[in-house]
Design a binder for this molecule. Structure first.
Ligand code: SF4
Length: 317
C-alpha cells in the first residue's frame, strides 16, 4: 500500500515561512535600552497628561495616521462607521480563527458563513453592523471576506496551534496619567520565553503597499514593548493580493522611531485641540473620503491631479 503523501508547502508558503522563521541566534534586547524606552514614554505621558488638562486620550494607529496627516481633517468629528469594504477584515479574521480550530477540512465560503452568523450575535458595534446588513451589503461583505480567507488559507503557511497564533491580538499600555496607547494586529505568533524576543507580528493587507503599514506595525511593537518589557522580534506586512511580505526586524532604531512618532502625534493633538494652534492642511489620499473635499481648494486640486494621474495609468494599461 502506498504511503500517504506528507502535506507539502506551496512555493509561496515556503517563501513566506522562510522570511518569518527565527534565526539560530536568540534575539535578546539590551535591558538598559528597554528600561530607558519605558522611562521616556512614561515621563512624556505624565507631561502630556498635564497639558491635556484632564481629557482622556486613546492613542491608536489610526489616531496617529490622522494626526500626522491633514490636521484640518484630524479636527473633524470622528464619524467612522463600518462598511462592507472595511468590515471584510474582521469577518475574515473570525473565519480564520474558526478554520485554525476546525475538525477536518473546511471550505472558505462555509467558514465565512459561520463567522458571519457568530458575529451577528455579538453584542457590540461589529455585531450590530453585521446583524443589520441589507441583502446586497451582506453579499458584498461575504464576497470580500471569502476572498481574503481563501487567499490566507491557500497562500499563508499553515499555523500549528503550538505556535500560539492569536488573531486580532490587542495590546494596551496605560501608565499614570490620562493617555492610553493601544494597538491591534491581525496575527501574533509565538509565546514569551524569558527575555528572549520571540513574538512575530503580522498584519494582512489587501491592496497596495504603503509606508503607513510599516509605521502601524512599529507602533504596535512599541506598545507591546511597553506592556511586556520584551519587544517582538519581527514585523511582517503580508499583502494578500500579491502573496508577498514586507518584513522588518525589530531593532533599537525601529522602537525609538515608533515611540518618537507616537509622542510627536500626541503633542500635535494637544497643540491643535487644547492649545489652539491653527491646523495645517496636508492634501493626500485622505482627501478622497474627507467630508470637506467639495469645498477645500487644496483637496480639490489634489483630487483633480490624482484623477488625471489615474487616467494616464489607465490609458497605458
Ligand atoms: S480635502 Fe484634503 S486637504 Fe482638504 S481638509 Fe480634507 S483632507 Fe485636508
Amino acid at each position: 500500500m502506498e504511503e500517504p503523501l506528507a502535506p507539502s508547502l506551496t512555493p509561496v508558503q515556503e517563501k513566506t515561512l522562510a522570511v518569518m522563521r527565527r534565526g539560530d541566534e536568540p534575539v535578546v534586547f539590551d535591558q538598559g535600552f528597554v528600561t530607558e524606552l519605558i522611562a521616556e514614554a512614561t515621563q512624556a505621558v505624565a507631561e502630556f497628561s498635564g497639558r491635556l488638562g484632564g481629557e482622556t486620550l486613546w492613542v491608536s494607529k489610526s489616531f496617529l495616521s490622522k494626526v500626522h496627516g491633514c490636521e484640518v481633517l484630524h479636527m473633524q468629528p470622528d464619524d467612522f462607521e463600518w462598511r462592507p469594504a472595511s468590515a471584510a477584515g474582521f469577518v475574515a479574521h473570525k473565519a480564520i480563527e474558526l478554520a485554525l480550530n476546525w475538525r477536518g477540512e473546511v471550505a472558505p465560503a462555509q467558514i465565512v458563513d459561520e463567522a458571519l452568523a457568530r458575529l451577528a450575535d455579538q453584542a457590540d458595534t461589529r455585531g450590530s453592523f453585521v446583524a443589520g446588513l441589507s441583502d446586497a451589503d451582506w453579499a458584498e461583505l461575504r464576497s470580500r471576506a471569502v476572498d481574503r480567507t481563501t487567499k490566507f488559507l491557500q497562500d499563508f503557511p499553515p499555523l500549528p496551534l503550538s505556535a500560539q497564533p492569536v488573531l486580532e491580538a490587542a495590546a494596551k499600555w496605560r501608565p499614570p496619567g490620562t493617555i492610553e496607547m493601544s494597538g491591534k494586529v491581525d496575527l501574533q505568533i509565538g509565546k514569551p520565553f524569558g527575555r528572549e524576543s520571540r513574538l512575530l507580528i503580522v498584519d494582512f493587507k489587501s491592496g497596495n503597499r504603503s509606508h503607513h503599514h510599516r509605521e502601524d506595525l512599529r507602533f504596535y511593537a512599541v506598545v507591546q514593548t511597553l506592556r511586556q518589557s520584551v519587544p517582538p522580534r519581527k514585523l511582517v506586512t503580508y499583502y494578500l493580493d500579491y502573496a508577498e511580505s514586507e518584513v522588518e526586524d525589530v531593532t533599537h532604531g525601529t522602537l525609538q522611531a515608533g515611540l518618537t512618532r507616537a509622542l510627536a502625534g500626541i503633542e500635535k493633538h494637544i497643540e491643535l485641540k487644547i492649545e489652539g494652534r491653527p491646523p495645517v492642511k496636508r492634501p493626500g489620499f485622505a482627501c478622497r473620503w474627507c467630508p470637506l473635499n467639495n469645498e477645500c481648494i487644496e483637496g480639490m486640486a489634489f483630487l483633480n491631479r490624482d484623477l488625471a494621474d489615474s487616467d494616464v495609468v489607465d490609458v497605458d494599461e
